[in-house]
Design a protein around this ligand. Structure first.
Ligand SMILES: Cc1cc2nc3c(=O)[nH]c(=O)nc-3n(C[C@H](O)[C@H](O)[C@H](O)COP(=O)(O)O)c2cc1C
Length: 355
């Protein structure tokens, strides 16, 4: 069986495809006795589901079936196997892409490089696979919570609609009530309008997801290739449609002077704190005690109804393709739960490794 693995001590292995019987994962290394609250998992899964209008019309129940590894609500020390059934499948619209691959999607390299690639729903490149990530991330999140580490993400921007306010983990939590995962009702309306106008044009838009982590002690994380930012960036880039990751001020820091960008330290009631958070809470690959803050860029959904130029792989001629079927006009709102889950898996793995 093909599996895609993340982590060293807490090992997450993803399997399945969009139009197979299920997607799922094997999660190894969850300490025996870790509470696994299925209500928490159901809550996280609901946040990944498409919202009416701004999401795909594919409707999946997304019931998390824990096949083994959890007994009486606690991890029992064995590998946890999770299965999420694929119920709402319609593969007919995808077969033309075997000849005329969609620009921006994985069709072209996958058809040429992978034997027996099942293109229906995008196969293993589908956003559907992220359901298993979110389920496993919910377990990792429960491991972190018991150590006082909390994760929250929200939509920082959709297209050119940008939230310019300073945001905290409470704002991220509050975004759960808005379908776009914006932090305010006003931004939710603006972002919804933009997504709906792209959808009405048979087009798509991109967006930026910002993630905030609180409770990391100073020194949490590894160095060099095991650093907090290196391992997070590695994992987050694995999420389909991710095109960029930046920590703190990110690329913007290059327009500052060192005297502006360095986060000064001071004492606060016996604790070392930083005055500002331009580094996004990470220096030398380890936490400096400030909130960990990073942003992830999600490209516009590749599957769009507008006619596009492509090639015909059978005839070897130029061709055109028009994508039919059900697609998210914007990936970012649904990716918020996915970024949180991937972050939880990476941090829980680093915690288990004692970094
Ligand atoms: C939550 C989520 C939902 C997605 N929904 C769609 C979709 O409806 N249609 C589509 O073409 N791509 C969708 N994608 C993106 C594709 O899976 C992705 O663009 C494709 O696998 C190519 O990979 P790349 O963009 O990382 O190069 C989604 C991604 C995520 C994370």
């Amino acid at each position: 069986m093909l599996m895609y693995t993340l982590g060293k001590r807490l090992r997450f292995s993803l399997f399945g495809k969009s139009h197979g019987p299920c997607v799922g994962c094997v999660l190894e290394g969850v300490p025996q006795g870790t509470p696994v609250d299925t209500a928490v998992l159901a809550h996280d899964m609901a946040l990944r589901k498409p919202s009416k209008g701004i999401g795909t019309d594919r409707t999946e129940e997304d019931r998390v079936d824990i096949v083994c590894g959890v007994t009486d609500g606690k991890a029992d020390g064995n590998a946890i196997i999770i299965r999420i059934a694929n119920e709402d499948k319609d593969g007919s619209k995808y077969l033309p892409f075997e000849e005329t691959p969609r620009p921006g999607h994985a069709d072209l390299p996958a058809l040429l490089a992978l034997p027996k690639f099942d293109i229906r729903g995008g196969g293993q490149f589908s956003g559907r696979m992220t359901a298993a990530l979110v389920a496993a991330g919910g377990i990792a999140r429960q491991m972190l919570s018991s150590e006082g580490i909390e994760i929250g993400a929200f939509c920082r921007s959709i297209g050119d609609i940008e939230d310019t306010n300073e945001r905290t983990i409470s704002d991220a939590r509050a975004s759960e009530k808005f379908p776009t995962r914006a932090c305010s009702a006003e931004l939710d309306i603006l972002m919804t309008d933009l997504i709906m106008s792209a959808r009405n044009d048979a087009d798509s838009v991109g967006g930026v997801v910002e993630c905030v982590v609180t409770g990391l002690p100073i020194g949490f994380g590894g160095i060099w290739f095991e650093s907090l930012d290196a391992e997070l960036a590695h994992a987050v880039f694995g999420i389909p449609a991710c095109k960029g990751v930046e920590f703190g001020k990110g690329f913007g820091i290059t327009r500052m002077r060192g005297s502006e960008s360095n986060d000064a330290y001071r004492m606060d009631g016996g604790r070392i704190v930083t005055e500002t958070n331009n580094m996004g809470g990470v220096v030398g690959g380890m936490s400096d005690g400030a909130d960990l803050v990073f942003r992830t860029a999600f490209k516009p959904t590749p599957s769009i109804g507008i006619r596009q130029e492509t090639v015909n792989l059978r005839t070897g001629e130029d061709a055109e393709v028009e994508v039919k079927g059900r697609h998210d006009p914007c990936i970012a709102p649904r990716a918020v739960a996915v970024v949180e889950a991937v972050t939880a898996l990476v941090l829980a793995d680093q915690m288990e490794r004692g970094l």
